[in-house]
Design a binder for this molecule. Sequence first.
Ligand code: BGC
Length: 555
Amino acid sequence: MSAWWREDVIYQIYPRSFADSDGDGLGDLPGATSRLGYLRDLGVDAVWLSPFYTSPQADAGYDVADYRNVDPRFGTLADFDALMARASELGLRVIVDLVPNHCSDEHAWFQAALAAGPGSPERSRFYFRDGQGPDGSLPPNNWMSVFGGPAWTRVVGPDGPEQWYLHLFDSKQPDWDWTYPDVRTEFESVLRFWLDKGVAGFRVDVAHGLVKKAGLPDHPGEQHTLAGVSAEPDDAAEPLPTNHSPYWDQDGVHEIYRSWRAVLDTYSAPQRILCAEAWVTPPERMAHYLRPDEMHQAFAFDFLECHWDAVQLREAITADTAAMAQIGASCTWVLSNHDVVRHASRLGLDQGLPRPHGITADDPQPDHILGLRRARSATMAMLALPGAAYLYQGEELGLPEHTSLPAEVRQDPAFHRTGGVETGRDGCRVPLPWAADAPACGFSPTGASWLPQPEHWAEYAVDAQLGVAGSTLELYRQLLRLRRAHRLGAGSLEWDDSYAVESVLAWRNGDLHVLVNLGAEPVSVPAGHRVAASSAPLTADGRVPLDTAVWSVAD
Ligand code: BGC
């Protein structure tokens, strides 16, 4: 059976911002279905759909109230089936999001737990605990929510304040207690529900969070509760292993993934997969998730987190590749997603500063031209690495972050839980521009858009780039064609040390040579090579200038 997950390019559809068919300003499944042909023509192999399940949308759908249904805002189960049918016609695999760390406080089981009261079996499915202090008015421990504030909220029942419940994210996202057998059985049934519908696998949300250290001890030392999910410092010289925290990367998670793998392996054609969203360091710990009887993919976030620095990038690529090779797994690369500042903007910021988790009009602004130039090079690096790669919707258009969203339109719970101290992730979630001259740039038929699109969005529209030589969209289409023709995802990486390692990344992957110049001095492609793709024009004498990437092959 083909190991497609080792080399596929998978496109992340963030449904609320991809395409809106009914004009309410929120994207939906029929909208996504109508645009699948565009993705086939782009040249991707598969799509990953962020959550579209029944949800009050307290965290844009990562707060699931019913794991087996579609939220009416996004459509119906029949719309999902239609999407699957169209994807299959086009030869695209479909991966869906699974959110097993927490549900919505509107999930029937959480509502039942609230009603059943302390000590009930219903409460055992979650982390309900008595508070500390004589009247229980202090949280059970010192854990902080990733979105800011305490990770505990006190229940107020008919007789007044009573127990507290744990939520590593928003208070509307209670954590499941995975030590309770019901929770395990329930999720295995959820897996089967979507597998039976033909999904090729699951991107597993917060895969490193499901198991908490027994006894729920206090977190030792400082907790970094920045918006986003790493909750770890960006710039620590020697970051502590993630499992120093009592709620991340506990060894017990692996038993859960082994049981899921057993479920997945009863399906075939295609092989169904699990992809871990696990912000775990060091890479050797990350590799545990990819042991032969566990998951298939795990995002290499340390690559995404690199500054635009040849040494850092090479170290991250080397460390990930080595850690995965040890256990016979492959790497899964990504540069942008719905939780991080888009790489076309991130790389246009001062690279000496820590990576921000969002940008407001009052923050230092990215240099858009520089950012896009580097982003195109970074993408060329990523797509030439062996392993799978995930693209985030809109990066193929070179979309920047929205850096001036007003506070009143922001929806990220991290923004609201921190009183705006954390900007949050809305800036990378702005609806896509499809048509330069249409209302909301073609996102919705009425011009409605749940977040306002920035000025100049029209210049990034699909129809403004399609067929235009040199556009970012045409670059992505070319790269994906070449990647497929050369089977780069299934290839291997051999560093070419004939260039200055402090400023140039160079390697061979099969017959393709990759050069990414991060230094001021232009460099030459190997003698006898012809340029197959380049992220920017070369110098007059055919050399590769600053912040430019080139793929070349022997003539
Ligand atoms: C998702 C985020 C979400 C968080 C809580 C993350 O890993 O990607 O968007 O806010 O999990 O579910």
